[in-house]
Design a protein around this ligand. Sequence first.
Ligand code: FAD
Length: 351
Amino acid sequence: MALDEAGQIADPGVTEIDAIVIGAGPVGLFAVFELGLVDIKTIVIDILGKPGGQCSELYPEKPIYDIPALPTVTGQELTDRLMEQIKPFGAQFVFGERVDELTRGEDGRFHLKTDAGREIKAKVVVIAAGGGSFTPKRPPLEGIEAFEGSSVFYAVRRMEEMRGKDVLVVGGGDSALDWTLNLASVANSLTLLHRRDEFRGAPHSVEKMRALVAEGKVRLLIGQMTKLHGEGGALEAVTVKTADGEERVTATAMLPFFGLTMKLGPVASWGLNLNENLILVDTERFETSEKGIFAIGDINWYPGKLKLILSGFHEAALMAQQAHKYVYPDKKLLFQYTTSSSNLQKKLGVK
Ligand code: FAD
């Protein structure tokens, strides 16, 4: 997988595929494996900038103790291992985009559209959207909506867009620190604003940030934003309240990293039968009320459902059996073990 300059997996640029997996959490990633074993090619889309869903976003360093055969594994390590395991299938990834629309076209294919305007068609859709899409928390500033998308960004899609700008990064976690480090050499000026002089992010990032401050490449400001200034969506400055009073900080781009909340989001409007905000599925195929659309992992509901990673893995295996019928209606699927099937081993690149 190629990485672009922002460290993201390069844009697939593909508009048609066998299967789209919505959500790159552990269950979405394992779905790539199960679909790959039955020759179904996938694109995975996630609103986050990286794979792993809750595991890498909410508890990357916490040990998980109930993954079969892994007595202990952290959220990040599980994600890394899944990424390694699915490598042979060459899935393509779209990060930083939310799937907003899902409809069935007259051609019988599913048509999917993201918030970035990307359109992809697929024969089957696998919703592995977990607790819903992670949504950035908006700073409580009057009129901020008018600047969103033009001067205020909750994610950086392309570092080049920040070139020559007076960038104000706000927050004290890993995202704020990472983007401070990445953009310091690209921006015209970079100010990191946090409400106190203590950071939640990785200690080595804090160290690097402080080194840039000492070299005069980054300005560190302790305080809170109170007002935005600018017109027509073009930000000019931000008033910041500090211990010494109020200061007007020049800023033509602002990146607030105030954390994420999980919301069901657009999934609710796709016309699928729901049970209290979860998608109803059967337990034989994990198919929704729409044929060809599956739901696996934390997003689905059936009697006895347990929101565990291992349940999602099982659901992915059964889902792939049915998905094969839609992608290859004329082919019969033979049950095979990876230990003994040379055909499967070839696909896994071990033969
Ligand atoms: P998620 O991990 O939630 O991933 C879903 C992904 O879909 C997200 O990345 C989201 O951004 C994306 N998404 C959603 N909607 C859209 C959209 N419209 N467009 C694009 N992307 C979208 N489970 C265990 O089995 N054992 C444990 O010990 C354990 N410990 C846990 C500890 C904590 C603190 C937490 C919070 C959870 C724990 N869990 C544990 C639960 C486990 O993390 C979940 O069951 C698991 O993450 C579900 O995986 P998933 O792939 O279904 O969904």
